[in-house]
Ligand binder design. Structure first.
Ligand SMILES: [Zn+2]
Length: 382
């Protein structure tokens, strides 16, 4: 009887929205018939924008890609600068790993056909249950095991934008970078993957010294990109992002990928509201035990990628530094194998700074920081 009562209360409290939806959304692959946002297919029930237009990620299908010869390379300005004290804040926010730092002059994106100049604010990763999935974007349906998102916000008020530019839709510029599997560790990302063991539990950030690490460590040598207008890939899914998905992948080992999957997300037990705990001490204990037992096995962030969304009537543009040689070929996926192997053309660095190696690294987090930033932009509603 007591158990029956407990079960009823849990259902009642959940159905009343007593447990904040914002704490519950997730990436479960199981069908959830109760409308829970724990599965991406249900996000739109709690976050309507997730069911609207211009959503991300997408499958970048060569049939819908146009090489745009008017596009320029993206300039990654000050990407080789170190943050204050070479210190980065590393956070497991329960959905992903996020890296932030204080810079005297934040790294920026210039040119590249972007509507404005954009300033780096954070980076985070998306991964999967095994080494054959994990990326959010796909290239001709191909999945990669990891995708890095370098998130930038527009500088200035937007009033400097050219006529006809959608101010809200160009609020953020995110660069997506794939990682492909290789046997050996990627030494550039190793300082970060090694530090993941320090943030196994969510919401317990650590400061780490990375004396040799700069954002440029995370850029492939060749920086051809696909451009399309899209959204945040997590709730609330606002369509405010100019996406640049690089076609050349970095590398990562199985061991390094595994370190991401050892991070824990928020347990359902932590979302039991205080009011409920006051109902009956015995009941509260039983609920806590039951929740732990029920969710122990999937208590890890083993996948955090959103499924691909409809392209709709959007166009995907491609900047290709060598497109003159590929006139009759499908866009650089002609070239999927190039992306896979990291076949380098001598990718001259687009940064005005020092050039660096072609490997990976990184860590990043969720959109919470982005959203905090966006809230500050008073004329947008989030
Ligand atoms: Zn992301």
């Amino acid at each position: 009887m007591l158990l029956h009562l407990v079960g009823s209360l849990v259902v009642l409290l959940a159905s009343c929205g007593f447990v904040k939806a914002s704490e519950k959304w997730g990436y479960s692959s199981e069908e959830e018939e109760d409308g829970s946002p724990r599965t991406p297919a249900n996000w739109s029930l709690s976050y309507p924008n997730c069911g609207r237009h211009n959503q991300s990620p997408i499958n970048i299908d060569s049939k819908y890609v146009t090489v745009d010869r008017s596009l320029e390379e993206i300039l990654f300005v000050d990407y080789d600068d170190y943050p204050t004290n070479q210190t980065w804040k590393l956070l497991n926010n329960g959905h992903t790993v996020q890296l932030q730092a204080n810079f005297s002059h934040p790294p920026q994106l210039h040119a590249g056909g972007l509507n404005a100049k954009y300033e780096f604010i954070q980076m985070h990763f998306h991964w999967g249950e095994d080494d054959f999935e994990g990326s959010e974007h796909r290239i001709n349906s191909r999945k990669y095991p990891l995708e890095l998102h370098l998130v930038h916000k527009r500088r200035g008020s937007g009033r400097t934008l050219a006529t006809g530019i959608d101010i809200k839709a160009s609020l953020l510029a995110v660069v997506g970078i794939f990682f492909d599997l290789q046997v050996d560790d990627n030494e550039d990302i190793k300082p970060i993957t090694d530090a993941l063991s320090r943030i196994v539990n969510p919401d317990e950030p650590v400061l780490i010294d990375l004396p040799t690490f700069t954002l440029q460590s995370l850029l492939p040598v060749q920086r051809d990109y696909f451009r399309y207008d899209g959204s945040l890939t997590t709730p609330p899914c606002d369509a405010v992002v100019q996406w640049s998905v690089l076609s050349q992948a970095l590398s990562i080992s199985t061991a390094q990928l595994t370190s991401f999957r050892k991070l824990r997300h928020h347990t359902h037990g932590t979302t039991v509201p205080a009011a409920y705990l006051n109902l009956n001490n015995v009941t509260a204990v039983e609920v806590a035990v039951n929740e732990t037992a029920l969710h122990d096995e999937d208590n890890y962030i083993i996948r955090n990628f959103r499924p691909v969304q409809d392209l709709g009537d959007r166009r995907i543009l491609q900047y290709s530094s060598t497109n003159a040689a590929r006139v009759d070929r499908p866009p650089s996926m002609a070239t999927e194998t190039e992306a896979e192997s990291g076949a380098a053309k001598d990718g001259s660095s687009s940064s005005p700074g020092k050039s660096k190696k072609n490997s990976a690294a990184a860590v990043g987090g969720g959109w919470s920081v982005v959203l905090s930033t966006m809230v500050l932009a008073a004329f947008f509603r989030f």
